[in-house]
Design a protein around this ligand. Structure first.
Ligand code: CU
Length: 534
């Protein structure tokens, strides 16, 4: 097959429209395989706001076991099984077969504290048949691999490499692993999800994700809304067939069912379609996770009220940032406060772009609200560029075929199984310059570390390919105020160089960095990196 490094055009962005056009044309229909879409449920036919928002249970420890780091210390021990089950995503739909942790999707929420480590036994109790169509042409998902295999990664956690959920460390039904989470990091909303090589997008789409809260004394001191006034919102899109079953889109080629990105019209929040939440006329803290495979969310409130954004992926911002729109790329998190005290007796809709996704029913009266929105939250000292010992120029690349269909997505033109090329030294600081040569934004996630965004700047992509040289074409753009905190995932915009500054702290060993569009990650847009000793 001849490949070319062309940029993507609207041609395959509009893949569904092109496919529909092909189906209308008998000559094209005769040449092309019939797309294997099952009849998709039309979400617009469903009643909105008829189901209450589910709040996942808090995970419960089943006992104590010795710490792998120090046997004299006993750590809380959790056993979380991955299972298949049926659940109703909407009052008027038949139960949907899903995968989840502890029998729910999202799985149970972990409530943990800084400095108090814990052990989790992740147990694969799934059936031997996958719910969704596997693409055996993808690296790591070949036909000789078992269809059902999982490995769990705690996104945003600073953990030893053997507990990080390396994509090749998957295990099959009937097996389990025990991971150690030391929790030696600042308060933040982390999340756990599957990370198995070549089928990660399918395992997460099937439901394998959950939230993990890490608390500390700095957060405690802030008098933020808490307990029933602090609500996790895991948001992700799915498609369903007429029987209410998950319908993961596939390409028209049965030998290569992979699709470049999956965008679906049904937006689930904590596992429900169009849920509602009864709230008091007071402040609420919402911990929002974009758990989608590929969709970017742009959240607004129907009364144009502001969200006070108080935190990013890796914890509190220096000060609240008022935003009328919360933008989240896949895997990013936003910590926001919404004050409903001005909306007594009203209904406020949470929207994604112009579409309703959830309703808040504000009571006419309520109890006294003693929570506050502090003027300052937690200092985020800038990592000095003078500390940098190495700057890495790294490219984001999409390889297309001759009719500009994406074939593979790469980091720095290297495949997953090529030798490690990024080996930062423990406790050293580096700048990573992510030159995005594609037409899409890619959320880039580094395991183990937290980092800061320095800036973004547009560059001439043609010159970059022809002369291997970055010629900037625009001004330096600093991070938006709502992303100027500690991050673990950064939006690398198309045609821009995005610079991040990272200190590699915690552990030596093998980790990964990757695009968090799961379709990209499963098709080579993931690379190992190795933190080496000083
Ligand atoms: Cu990507």
């Amino acid at each position: 097959m001849t490949l070319s490094f062309t940029r993507r055009t609207f041609l395959h962005r509009g893949g569904l429209a092109a496919m529909a056009a092909a189906l209308r044309s008998p000559s094209h229909a005769a040449q092309k395989p019939i797309p294997r879409f099952r009849t998709e449920l039309n979400i617009a036919t469903l009643a909105q706001f008829v189901d209450p928002l589910p709040i996942p249970e808090i995970a419960k420890a089943s006992g104590f076991r010795p710490s792998p780091a120090d046997a004299s210390v006993k750590l809380p021990y959790f056993r979380i099984p991955m299972q298949q089950f049926e659940t109703k995503v909407h009052r008027d739909l038949k139960p949907t077969r899903m995968w989840g942790f502890g029998g729910t999707s999202p799985g149970p929420t972990f409530e943990t504290r800084r400095g108090q480590g814990l052990l989790v036994e992740w147990a694969n109790e799934l059936p031997n048949t996958h719910l969704l169509t596997i693409d055996h042409s993808l690296h790591g998902a070949e036909s000789d691999k078992p269809d059902v295999r999982t490995v769990v990664h705690l996104h945003g956690a600073k953990v030893p490499p053997e507990s990080d959920g390396y994509p090749e460390n998957w295990f099959v039904p009937g097996k389990s692993v025990v991971y150690h989470y030391p929790n030696r990091q600042d308060a933040a909303m982390l999340w756990y999800h599957d990370h198995a090589l070549g089928i990660n997008r399918l395992n997460v789409f099937a439901g394998l994700l959950g939230a993990f809260f890490l608390r500390d004394e700095v957060e405690d001191a802030l008098e933020l809304p808490r307990n029933k006034y602090e609500i996790p919102l895991a948001i992700y899109d799915r498609a369903f067939d007429l029987d209410g079953q998950l319908n993961y889109p596939v390409s028209a080629d049965p030998k290569k069912p992979w699709t470049p990105e999956v965008f679906c019209d049904a937006v689930l929040i904590n596992g429900k379609l169009f849920p509602y939440l009864e709230v008091e006329p007071r402040k609420y803290r919402f911990r929002i996770l974009n758990g989608a495979n590929a969709r970017f969310f742009h959240l607004t409130l129907s009364n144009n009220q502001v969200f006070q954004q108080i935190g990013t992926d890796q914890g509190l911002l220096p000060a609240p940032v008022p935003v009328t729109r919360v933008s989240l790329a896949p895997a990013e998190r936003a910590d926001v406060i919404v004050d409903f005290s001005g909306s007594r007796g009203e209904k406020v809709i949470l929207k994604n772009d112009y579409l309703n996704i959830m309703q808040f029913r504000v009571a006419a009266s309520g109890t006294n609200d003693t929570s506050v929105i502090p003027k300052t939250l937690r200092p985020v000292p800038k990592i000095p560029e003078s500390a940098v010992v190495k700057t890495r120029a790294l490219s984001l690349v999409e390889v297309d075929d001759l009719i500009q269909r994406p074939v593979v997505m790469l980091l720095n033109n290297t495949h997953w199984n090529m030798p490690v090329s990024e080996s930062p030294v423990l406790d050293s600081t580096e700048i990573w310059e992510l030159a995005n040569t594609t037409d899409d934004a890619h959320p880039i996630h580094l395991h183990l570390v937290r980092f800061q965004i320095l800036d973004r700047r547009s560059f001439d992509v043609s010159e970059y390919w022809m002369k291997n040289h970055v010629k900037f074409t625009g001004p330096v753009i600093p991070p938006e105020p709502a992303e100027a905190g500690w991050k673990d995932t950064v939006r690398a915009d198309p045609g821009m160089v995005t610079r991040i500054i990272v200190r590699f702290e915690g552990y030596t060993g093998r980790y990964v960095w990757h695009c968090h569009i799961l379709e990209h990650e499963d098709n080579e847009m993931m690379r190992p990196f190795e933190v080496v000793a000083k």
